[in-house]
Design a protein around this ligand. Structure first.
Ligand code: 6MZ
Length: 374
């Protein structure tokens, strides 16, 4: 089956190891898989396939339309078997384009009609990680007795197989539609699953919905309990919320499209790393064109940033494409782009052991990429 990464296969940008820190599971599904699943639901009479096909294949979407699309995607994907399948495929696709460390985020979902709880949703995700066969997946897991999955050893013995290896860690997302109690439930789940590779919490969902004060108790609790937190921040203009989010001092923020002068000052003084999603911001018209993107200012001022896909399926992109786009738009050389990719190691929520491994991977790739590192 063709994957998005085929178009970039074999090129320098694809060969370069990459760290992906902002990718939503249900936004990263292959179009072919979504269409196949939609067709099956169409045959059962649950949806009208031709209507859904049009929505899935549409390329230009406003931010509002993107969230309508997510509701549709969730309708198509939210049963245990499908969640396992899409997780497996998403990992395979990221690994195929040399993402060596992936922090995959997803919103735990409940659907009583099919016996799905937030916990069983997450178990289905974990099954997906264990189902990957063509790549060694290290998700920092401690193997559960009685696990039915094909779990891998956490040490590097697996690398003797010469298979590609990807480190995967999970972030559990709180949807801005959720209540304080539901958000707290997600944090408690993350704490229970720390040994299965869950390293943090994300706040996402339609930025026009929900209030910061609703989520703050759960986010504070997460921080106190040692989970890292990343926030979708400034995706729409909301000055007060942006200030409150920055004052929370999250481990990272995503997007930062509608920040004002005093927000930038605060962000820079707190040195909060920013997850930059170029294609997503352009497609949703949050930023008018890529050449005026705040990437340029943050890059020039050496603020910590990392390039990310956000929703590689929904926005038809890949992490390699995001690097090509940044390099060509802002005239940045390959060595500097390699350094940008490597520096993302500093902002991962995974532990020091993983950071050391990633440093080694980047150092040995430099030779192959003909990059001289200082
Ligand atoms: C805010 C976004 C997003 O969690 O079901 N999501 N939230 N801004 C964005 N930028 C466009 N892209 C995705 O993945 C899909 C969910 O991630 C969030 C939304 O809540 C969306 O429903 P999961 O795996």
């Amino acid at each position: 089956m063709a994957t998005r990464s085929d178009s970039t296969a074999g090129n320098w940008w694809q060969m370069m190891p990459k760290v992906e820190l902002h990718a939503h599971l249900n936004g990263s599904i292959r179009d072919t898989t979504l269409l196949e699943l939609a067709r099956e639901l169409g045959e059962k009479g649950s949806i009208v396939f031709s209507d859904v096909e049009q929505v899935i294949m549409k390329n230009d979407r406003s931010l509002r339309e993107v969230f309508k699309l997510f509701d549709l995607i969730h309708l198509i994907t939210t049963d245990h078997k499908t969640v396992t399948r899409i997780t497996k495929e998403v990992i395979e696709d990221f690994a195929a384009e040399n993402v060596v460390y992936l922090e995959l985020r997803t919103t735990p979902k409940r659907n009583a009609s099919i016996g799905m709880s937030k916990e069983s949703y997450l178990q289905a995700v974990l099954e997906g990680l264990m189902a990957v066969k063509n790549v060694d997946v290290d998700f920092g897991q401690e193997v559960n007795e009685g696990s039915t999955g094909n779990s891998h050893p956490t040490n590097d013995v697996c690398c003797l197989s010469n298979k590609k290896k990807i480190y995967v860690r999970l972030l559990l997302s709180i949807d801005r539609r959720e209540s304080t109690e539901a958000a707290m439930e997600t944090v408690e789940l993350a704490l229970r699953l720390k040994r299965s590779g869950v390293v943090g919490i994300d706040l996402s969902g339609n930025p026009a919905i929900g209030e910061w004060k609703t989520f703050l108790p759960a986010l504070k609790f997460a921080k106190e309990e040692g989970l890292s937190v990343t926030l979708h921040c400034g995706e729409v203009p909301n000055s007060q919320e942006v200030h409150a989010m920055l004052d929370f001092i999250p481990g990272r923020i995503g997007h930062a499209c509608f920040l004002e002068e005093d927000h930038w000052r605060k962000l820079k003084s707190y040195k909060i790393p920013v997850e930059i999603c170029l294609t997503s911001n352009i497609r949703t018209e949050s930023i008018s064109s890529v050449d005026v993107h705040h990437f340029a200012d943050l890059y020039e001022s050496r603020h910590p940033i990392t390039l990310c896909t956000d929703d590689s399926g929904v926005f038809s992109t890949s992490l390699s494409n995001e690097f090509v786009l940044a390099a060509s738009t802002f005239g940045i050389g390959k060595k500097e782009m390699y350094e940008l990719a490597r520096d993302a190691i500093n902002f991962i929520f995974g532990g020091d052991g993983v950071k050391e491994k990633l440093e080694e991977i980047f150092a040995s790739a430099a030779v192959e990429l003909e990059i001289s590192i200082d």
